[in-house]
Ligand binder design. Structure first.
Ligand code: MN
Length: 247
């Protein structure tokens, strides 16, 4: 197995180190990740500036781009062969509900999925300092093993959220659907030392609806949450409704 590891927290984060270490059990690991934190980069692609690669040590490459750039660079330029699996994470912070659309972690897996490569995004559900990345990495290995042995359904990649606790306190994995967020947007406005206003997106935790069957519901009860995702954003239920419109 050839496994590519990436993330959006940057190549120096604890989560990617734990994930890369764990993936060694399953095959040959190459890490290609952003040279700095790119959280909330979403699926952005760098088109208007060059990209550079820095080899940190054997099998570890930093790219001065987004998570999506890293997957692109890895697949189309850097890796000698197409990897069997792309894993992204372990993100420091959950990626649940509608918030996944902002996620660079999830977007990296999405990019690999676009290229037809099995892909999994992993996130640890806490924004606090955590000692559980190694526990989360054990879960990542279990999930990756399942993906390798079963294969994924077509057009599917996985968004895995892992509770912030030791592995023996975690509840078994649940297959979940993407939850819904109640939007509490918060913009902080302040004044800079030169008297000009500036604005900063607030960091309050998103409020997600605690509905049974959702990723949020599972994580709230210390289950590992596994959500199968696909890229078709079409609202299929709306098709017949809009088809009635008189153009
Ligand atoms: Mn992140």
């Amino acid at each position: 197995m050839n496994i590519m590891v990436t993330n959006d927290d940057g190549i120096h984060s604890n989560g990617i180190r734990a994930l890369a270490e764990a993936m060694k059990e399953l095959g040959t690991v190459t890490v290609i990740a952003p040279d700095r934190e790119r959280s909330a980069a979403g699926h952005s692609l760098t088109l208007h500036s060059p990209l550079r690669i820095f080899e940190l040590h054997k099998g570890w490459y930093a790219v001065d781009g987004t998570p999506t750039d890293c997957v692109n660079m890895g697949i189309h330029n850097m890796l000698p062969i197409i990897p069997d699996l792309v894993v992204s994470g372990i993100n420091h912070g959950a990626n649940l509900g509608d918030d996944i659309t902002y996620s660079g972690t999830v977007a990296a897996a999405m990019e690999a999925n676009l290229m037809g490569i099995p892909a999994i995004a992993f996130s640890l559900a806490t924004f606090e300092k955590s000692k559980y990345f190694t526990d989360a990495a054990k879960i990542a290995t279990q999930v990756a093993r399942q993906v390798i042995s079963n294969g994924l359904p077509s057009d599917t990649f996985l968004n895995v959220n892992i509770p912030n606790c030791s592995i023996d306190r975690m509840q078994p994995p649940l297959i979940t659907r993407q939850g819904k967020r109640s939007f509490i947007g918060k913009i902080v406005d302040k004044t800079d030392p030169r008297g000009r206003k500036y604005f900063w997106v607030g960091n309050e935790e998103p409020h997600l609806n605690d509905e049974p069957g959702t990723d949020f519901h599972a994580i709230n009860r210390q289950h590992v949450s596994i959500t199968p995702l696909h890229l078709d954003l079409t609202n299929h239920k709306s098709l017949p409704i809009l088809a009635e419109w008189a153009f």
